[in-house]
Design a binder for this molecule. Structure first.
Ligand code: ZN
Length: 298
């Protein structure tokens, strides 16, 4: 899988080519509108080439002559530019995106870096590559606090989820594993996908996977899941951990991630206690000390 930073940096070559094309077109347009300027610029270029040869010949007298010639041409050029109201920077390379100066990231008023709107394509591509191809409409801005009643509760849950993603710990529990437990049909997947997309939007590497699909992911992806900044495992259930080799795959992911203190959220409709007692043994040991996000609070 590719991270958003990698996707943006791959696009830089393309952006820089586009910048040069834009510059060339701009120069052509200005010369077309003002052939006089083109003539002067050609003359300046020719004077400079001749001066270059004079420098090699160490012909001081000639060098001086070319210097004077260039000065005169420059003065003439300045006048032409002024009369025709030509932007003095018309032949400079300029950023295509003023918001991010083509870096792909903008700084918000709170100082956080976010993917610039000019990189929407890379962002969508990254969501798709990060397990969220089926959830194109799931976005944080569409998460409604008042959906299904209790707005305060939904807001608290969303903020707790975001804090886990950002690595903010307030309750003294420094476990990097978190269980988000809430009844079915309460919008868990929507929130999980939205937080995962927010992580990518902030330049982090993140992945969303259904627990039962873990054994279907390629070895490379599974290795990536051990190292990415943020991981969400949805539809987590004790039964699934006993199915095929889900238990061992998940255990190995959690082992590495816990050692590096990388946050992982397990999303489930079941109560945490029930999971601890019924899961694959290796997993339940890790669940016992996990943080909990739930509508009931702690
Ligand atoms: Zn931009």
């Amino acid at each position: 899988m590719k991270t958003i930073k990698e996707l943006i940096s791959e696009g830089l070559t393309e952006v820089s080519a586009a910048r040069e094309i834009l510059r060339d077109e701009n120069i052509k347009r200005v010369y077309r509108e003002c052939p006089e300027l083109k003539e002067i610029d050609d003359q300046i270029l020719s004077v400079r080439n001749n001066r270059f040869i004079a420098v090699i010949d160490k012909d001081e007298r000639l060098i001086r002559r070319f210097d004077i010639a260039e000065e005169e041409l420059q003065a003439k050029r300045d006048r032409i530019m002024q009369i025709n109201k030509i932007d003095p920077g018309f032949d400079m390379i300029r950023s295509i995106c003023d918001k991010c100066n083509d870096t792909g990231f903008t700084k918000g008023s709170d100082g956080t870096l976010k993917v610039c709107s000019c990189r929407k394509r890379e962002l969508e591509m990254c969501y798709e590559m990060s397990g969220m191809a089926d959830y194109s409409s799931y976005k944080m801005k569409n998460y409604r606090d008042d959906y299904l009643g209790d707005a305060q509760k939904r807001k608290r849950i969303r903020n707790e989820f975001l804090k886990i993603m950002l690595g903010i710990s307030e309750d003294g529990n420094d476990s990097s594993v978190c269980v988000y437990s809430a009844p079915p049909q309460t919008g868990k997947t929507f929130l999980a996908v939205s937080v995962c997309k927010t992580a990518i939007n902030l330049g982090k590497s993140a992945y969303y996977a259904k627990c039962e699909d873990l054994p279907l992911l390629g070895t490379d992806t599974l290795e990536d899941l051990k190292r990415i900044d943020f991981l969400v495992i949805d539809d987590f259930a004790d039964e699934v951990t006993l199915f095929k080799n889900v238990g061992s795959v998940l255990n190995s992911i959690l082992e590495t991630r816990t050692a590096s203190k990388l946050p992982t959220v397990l999303v489930t409709p079941f109560p945490k206690n029930e999971l601890v007692s019924k899961c694959d043994m290796r997993i339940s040991a890790k669940l016992a000390s996990a943080k909990l996000i739930s509508p009931e609070g702690r």
